[in-house]
Design a protein around this ligand. Structure first.
Ligand code: CA
Length: 225
């Protein structure tokens, strides 16, 4: 298993290399974005650990350029627990993220999970019944019908679909999709869900977004009662 760590901070880079090597991985470290991208494109890695703040090319630019040709799993390291960073990373095609500072055991667990996923997918396709979300191309369809979503609607649908079958509270949805807390007013989530339903459910006999009264929302194909 080969890991590429793209991290400019020498101490962190050395620490990750040592820890991952002790855990049985073969590790390369690149200390700037452009070098990291070059290595990622030329070599065959099982997982890439990518820092956001990098010289020459930041993590966003590296990820975007890499995703044009490669589907290598990427664990994104963000400097702060900023929801918009996480969403942006996921939208650009990162597979997971970790907020600095993190415990090494947590990074190791994430790397193992990503490495276990095996050969990367050509294009990530999320499916819920006849709803298909092409994450990389940002295309959504139900059956043969193409559905156009705004970026916010796409983020919301992607969040629900990634956690298919799991009920998400309005507060959870608000904190993931909007970089805000809506402790007192989660009406904005209800409005967004209504708009999303109008596009993906209203014209179709089988409804995918379910309201769980007093709890939140879940996307799933509901078994017939
Ligand atoms: Ca950095």
């Amino acid at each position: 298993m080969r890991i590429l760590v793209i991290e400019d901070e020498p101490k962190t880079g050395a620490y990750l290399k040592k820890g991952l090597e002790e855990s049985g991985y073969s590790v390369d470290v690149a200390d700037d974005g452009a070098d990291g991208l070059l290595l990622a494109q030329e070599q065959d890695y099982d997982v890439i650990v990518l820092d956001v703040m990098l010289p020459t090319m930041d993590g966003w630019a590296v990820l975007k350029a890499l995703r044009a040709t490669h589907t290598t799993p990427v664990l994104f390291l963000t400097a702060r627990d900023d929801v918009s960073d996480r969403v942006r990373g996921l939208e650009l095609g990162s597979d997971d993220y970790l907020v600095k500072p993190f415990a090494f055991v947590e990074l190791l667990a994430r790397v193992r999970t990503l490495a276990r996923r095996g050969p990367p997918r050509e294009s990530e396709l999320l499916k819920v019944g006849d709803l298909e979300i092409d994450v990389n191309r940002r295309r959504v369809r139900r059956g043969n019908t193409r559905i156009n979503l705004t970026p916010r609607e796409f983020s919301l649908l992607q969040l629900l679909a990634r956690r298919q079958g799991e009920v998400l509270s309005r507060t959870q949805i608000a904190s993931y999709v909007w970089d805000m807390n809506f402790d007192s007013d989660t009406n904005v989530v209800e409005v967004a869900i209504r708009r999303l339903r109008a596009k993906i459910d209203d014209n179709f006999p089988v409804k995918l977004i379910q309201t769980v009264r007093g709890v939140g929302y879940v996307i799933e194909v509901k078994e017939a009662d």
